[in-house]
Design a protein around this ligand. Sequence first.
Ligand code: MN3
Length: 208
Amino acid sequence: MLHEKINNLNFEKLPYAYDALEPYIDAQTMELHYSKHHNGYFNKLQNAAKGTEVENMTLNDVFKNISKYPKGIRNNGGGHFNHNLFWSVMGPDKGGQPSGKLMEAINKHFGSFDEFKEKFEKAALGRFGSGWAWLIVKDDKSIAITDTPNQDNPLMDVVDENGMPILGIDVWEHAYYLKYQNRRPEYVSAFWNVVNWEEVSRRYEELI
Ligand code: MN3
C-alpha cells in the first residue's frame, strides 16, 4: 500500500464486520468511520492527486517530502494510510499482550508492558484536539511512542520524530464520540481489548 502508485491504490475492505469490535468500539461508529470518514479521505486523495505528479508516486515517497505538497495531499494521504493501519492493528477476540521479539523490545525500552501502556495512553490523551498516538520503529530499529496532529504521521517530514508506525490509535472525536462522548480516556483504555498484537508483531519483525 505504502509502496504502490497512488492511482493504483484501492479502498480496501474492512477486515472484519462493523460490529466485530463491540462492545469496545460500537458498530455505528465503525460504519461511519470506515464508510464515510476513511472513504472520504481515500476519494479526496485520488481527486487531489489526479493530473499531478503525485498520482504516479507512492505514499511513502510523498510522505517523505510532504512539506512540498498541497494540504489536500497531506491530510487525505495521511488519512488513508493512517486508517488502513488502524483497521489492521485491531480485531475481534484480540487484546492481551504481545509476545516474542516485540515484547522483548517493549520490556527493554519501557521497563514493562504496563509502563508502555501508560506512556502510550498519555500520548493519546495528551494529543490536544484531533490526531493520533503511535508506536514506531525508528531507523536505528529502536521503538518509541509519538503523537501527531490531524492526519499527520511519523513517516512525514513535518513531524518531530520519524519512524515506521506499527500501532496507532485514532483520537479524533469521530473515532469515539457516539459511544464515549467526551470521555477519551475510556475509549483509549478500551482500545487495549481490540489490539491485534500478532499483526503489530508481524509489522515489527519485518523492520528489524
Ligand atoms: Mn478517523
